[in-house]
Design a binder for this molecule. Structure first.
Ligand SMILES: C[S@@+](CC[C@H](N)C(=O)[O-])C[C@H]1O[C@@H](n2cnc3c(N)ncnc32)[C@H](O)[C@@H]1O
Length: 244
């Protein structure tokens, strides 16, 4: 497939992603019931940010920030100078605005495609984070995103990714089947309709990678070896940090 055809498919797909996340209540249930280990992951992120920046204020760019509910909590009591969140969903960004209403640091919330925005952005950041949003991109866009993030990080900056992660020997279909079985069996608080919407979203547009693939993209773009900071018990998800 050419890149133009790929971009056309990607545009259709972005509409699907936007449509799914505009019904933010489904994803809110995922967060509230900790179905994707947000609690454990954000505890690790909190500790990492405190240790890495040693009380020095830092700036953070959040790709696919959603309603920023978890990161807004994680950043409480950590010195931060600026938070910039990007998301396709206007309704999620409206909620994000409320989450940061009483924050003392600078807040920028951009509505749009983070792939496009990071391709043009001139500002540099100390942390770039992508929470469950990277797997929405095809591989060549993930590659370019690593390039752009590397360029947009300050010295001593870090790139933090938590996402769906395939096992080394697993193909997409095998992973999605395993992931979906887990959703179906464990997301007890979801209605049948919500599960059906989630299933459609997963099979139509989730493109997880292995740690090795992500690490190859990272080293090719000048990052050091990955630090794997969290894996869930079923090895479906992971939190990875790359330093410069
Ligand atoms: C699974 S949610 C994750 C939200 C939050 N980062 C978290 O950790 O829970 C994925 C978010 O990424 C956004 N998203 C996906 N692809 C995007 C893109 N290309 N540009 C901007 N936002 C995107 C969706 O709208 C959604 O809010």
């Amino acid at each position: 497939m050419s890149k133009i055809e790929d971009l056309e498919t990607q545009n259709i797909y972005l509409q699907e992603v936007k449509g799914f996340f505009d019904q933010w209540n489904i994803y809110q249930k995922v967060i509230q019931n900790n179905y994707m280990f947000h609690k454990e992951i954000h505890q690790v992120i909190h500790k990492l940010l405190l240790e890495h920046f040693q009380q020095e204020p830092f700036s953070l760019l959040d790709l696919g920030c959603g309603d920023s509910s978890l990161i807004a909590e994680t950043l409480k009591y950590i010195p931060i100078s600026c938070y910039h969140g990007i998301d396709l969903s206007e309704s999620a960004l409206e909620d994000a605005k409320k989450k940061f209403a009483s924050s003392s640091f600078d807040i920028v919330l951009s509505h749009g495609d983070f792939f496009e925005i990071t391709n043009q952005i001139k500002t540099k950041f100390d942390v770039i984070m992508s929470g469950y949003s990277l797997h929405h991109l095809p591989l060549w866009q993930k590659d370019l995103l690593f390039t752009n993030c590397r360029k947009s990080l300050n010295k001593n900056g870090i790139f933090l990714v938590y996402d769906l992660i395939k096992k080394d020997d697993e193909n997409r279909d095998e992973y999605l089947e395993r992931y979906w079985n887990n959703c179906k069996n464990n997301r007890k608080k979801m209605t049948i309709k919500e599960l059906e919407n989630s299933r459609k979203h997963i099979f139509e547009g989730d493109f997880p990678e292995t740690i090795e693939t992500l690490n190859n993209l990272a080293s090719k773009n000048g990052f050091k070896q990955a630090n794997i900071l969290y894996r869930d018990p079923l090895l479906l998800l992971g939190l990875i940090c790359w330093e410069m």
